[in-house]
Design a binder for this molecule. Sequence first.
Ligand SMILES: [Zn+2]
Length: 440
Amino acid sequence: MNPMPWLLSAALLSHPAAAELSVTPGTGGQLVIRGRLALPEQELDGRLVLAGDRIVCAGADCAEPADATVLQVNDGLILPGFIDAHNHVAYNALPKWAPPKRYQNRAQWQRAAAYKAFKRPYDQLKRSGLSCEMVKYGEAKALLSGVTTIQGSPAGRCLQGLVRNAENPQSGLPVSSAHVRTFILDVGGAPKIDWNATDAFLIHVAEGVDAAALAEFATLKSKGLLTAGTAIIHGTAFGDEEFRQMGAVGSKLIWSPQSNLALYGQTTRVDLALRHGVPVSLGVDWNPTGSDNLFDELRVADRVNREQFAGAIAEQDWLAMITRHPSQALALDSYIGALRAGLKADIVILSGARASVGQTLLNARLRDVAAVLVDGRLLYGDRDAMTAAGRADCDALTVDGAPKLLCMRTPGVPKGGQRLDEVRAALLKVYPGVAPLAAP
Ligand SMILES: [Zn+2]
C-alpha cells in the first residue's frame, strides 16, 4: 500500500499553490490540513492530521508530525466530505427532463410516454455496456460539489476508488453487502429484511401527493418495515400523523425537494418531520428532475424552508443534512460523516468562508470547492493546489469558471485506467446528449 496515498511523486512538489490553499510538501507519510475546521460540536481554527485513509487528530491541539505535507487553508473552511443520501447515479448522464405536466404519484410519470422517450438513451447506454462509465460520470459530477459518499449506485468492482458508493461492497468500508439495502420499486414488493445483517434499509415511500402515494405508508407498516433502521426516501404525501409514527420508532427521512417540486409541484413537509424529531438528510435524487449539484439542492431546500416552513430548519442543520444525518441513515456513522479521529479521511475544503458553516454552504458555488479527499486521497480540487500536491497528472477541467483537476483513474480495478475524458467520450459516442458535468 502506498504510504503517501495523496501524493503521486515527491518530485512534482515544487509549484506554488493558489492563495486560498497552499501546499508545503513533506517527506513523511502523513498529511496535515490547517485552517478553520467544522468539527461536530463547534467551528475552530486548528488542524487535521491524517495517516493513510484515516483522520488521527482533529482539533486545536493536534501535534503535527515534523515531516508531514501541509495543506494550509486561508479564508476557507474544512468540512467532512458530503454524503448525498439519495441519488440514482447512473441516470446522471441524462440531461434535465422537463415533465409535460405535474403528476400525483411516481407510477404516473414512469408510465408516461414522455418519460419513456426521455429514458431511451439510458437504456441504450446500458445496452452498449457502459454501466460503469455512466456511474463513474455521475460520481465525477457529484465530486464537483464535495460529495465523497453517494447512495444509489449498483454494485461493481469498476466503481471502486472514486466517490464511495454506500451500498456497494467495494465502498472501501468494512461492512458486508447486506449492511445497506435499498429498494426503489413499489413498497408492495419490498423484500424481507434480515435485521441481523442489515442495519440500514432505504426505501422509496409516498413519492407523490395523492391517496395512492400515502397508502404506501400502511403497506410499509404491514410488512413490519417501519423501524429505526428504516430511512424513508421522499415521504412527500405524509402529514403530521405519519411523521409522528416515524419519530416514535426512530425512522429517518431522506428529502429531495427539487425533484419533488419538478414532478409533483410540492415537496415533503420537513417542518412536520422535524417537529417529531425525525432526522432529515438531503439528496439530489438524479440529474433529470433534481438539482445540478448539492449546493443548488441546499438552496432549494433553504427557499422552501423560508417560504413554507417558517424557518423550521435551523442554520446548523444544513451541514447535518449532508453529513451526520445521512451517515446515520446509512448506518455508516462509525466510519464517515464527521471530522473526528478514527473516521475515514473524507474531507472537503471550501474557499470563501462566511459567518457560519450554514451560510458558507448556502452561498457555496462549484468554483469554491478547493479540494476533495476520499480515503485520504486528493481526488479533485483547484488546479494549482493539486499540481503542488503532486496530482498534476489528472484531468484538467474548467468548473464554474475555475481551473480544476479531477483524478478518476484507479489502478488495479476493471476499467480503472480510464480518465474522465475517456469516460465522457465513450458516453457521447452512444448518446450525444449527455448532460454536462456542471451546468454552464
Ligand atoms: Zn429515487
